[in-house]
Write a protein that binds this ligand. Structure first.
Ligand SMILES: *[C@@H]1O[C@H](CO)[C@@H](O)[C@H](O)[C@H]1NC(C)=O
Length: 226
């Protein structure tokens, strides 16, 4: 009995060790000192909620991208979130997400929801394929905002469906268009992302939806009376 228990514990130990080699590690670095934004971050958001959101964003993105096993995903071991006093909203680089505390401090409205949306957007940049650098920037940003849209963390100032001038305008405009494409073929964005693992071509739209991206854009505009 004692022996069985011993081997059982060994098995559990090695199972948890195996799991941790696949689990992504998260860290938060609050470099804001006593800035107004830093205070707002700690009062209204906090490190615990940030860590939880980094994890839930990753899980959500893997699901949207239909990446059910590690071989399909980018090899990222650790993601670090920096909260710092700077300009702009946020950016990501080298498996780091940088969020501007001044933006949070000046935000009017539900700052926790806005923060969450920003994290979903930036975390998508950590996980998405970029066609070996060949994917247009507008599509990269559009996919990040598509994830944010699907997670239901979009701000009220976004364009409505059918608005915008070009399919690859980026951000909310491209996200709305991708949502339309995804409605024509469930999983379209996941399949597009999979194709961008090695390169990029506008023909991917034809391969997946049978129409050129320009035709899809005019169908989309026509659907909303534009
Ligand atoms: C608002 O933004 C300005 C400029 O970035 C910054 O100096 C100020 O501290 C911010 N206010 C708050 C409350 O964060």
């Amino acid at each position: 009995m004692a022996r069985t228990l011993f081997f059982f514990s060994l098995l559990m130990l090695s199972l948890s060790a195996m799991q941790s080699t696949h689990a992504v590690e998260y860290a938060v670095n609050d470099n804001t000192g006593n800035s107004g934004g830093g205070v707002r971050f700690r009062n209204d958001i906090g490190v615990d909620y940030s860590l939880q959101t980094l994890g839930s964003a990753t899980d959500f993105i893997w699901r949207i991208f239909q990446q059910n096993n590690p071989a399909e995903r980018k090899d990222v071991q650790k993601v670090t979130l920096f909260i710092e006093n700077r300009d702009g909203v946020a950016f990501s680089v080298n498996n780091e997400i940088h969020v501007n505390a001044n933006y949070l401090g000046n935000y009017t409205g539900d700052v926790k929801k806005e923060f969450t949306g920003v994290i979903y957007h930036e975390m998508t940049h950590i996980w998405q394929w970029n066609g070996n650098g060949q994917t247009p920037g507008g599509l990269i940003e559009g996919i990040a905002d598509f994830v944010r849209l699907k997670a239901n963390y979009i701000p009220s100032h976004w364009v409505q469906p059918g608005q915008g001038n070009r399919w690859d305008q980026g951000y909310d405009v491209t996200a709305r268009f991708l949502d339309y494409c995804n409605s024509l073929r469930n999983g379209f964005v996941a399949e597009l992302n999979k194709k961008m693992r090695t390169g990029y071509s506008a023909d991917y739209f034809v391969d997946l939806l049978g129409k050129t991206v320009d035709q899809l854009w005019s169908d989309y505009k026509a659907k909303y009376g534009n």
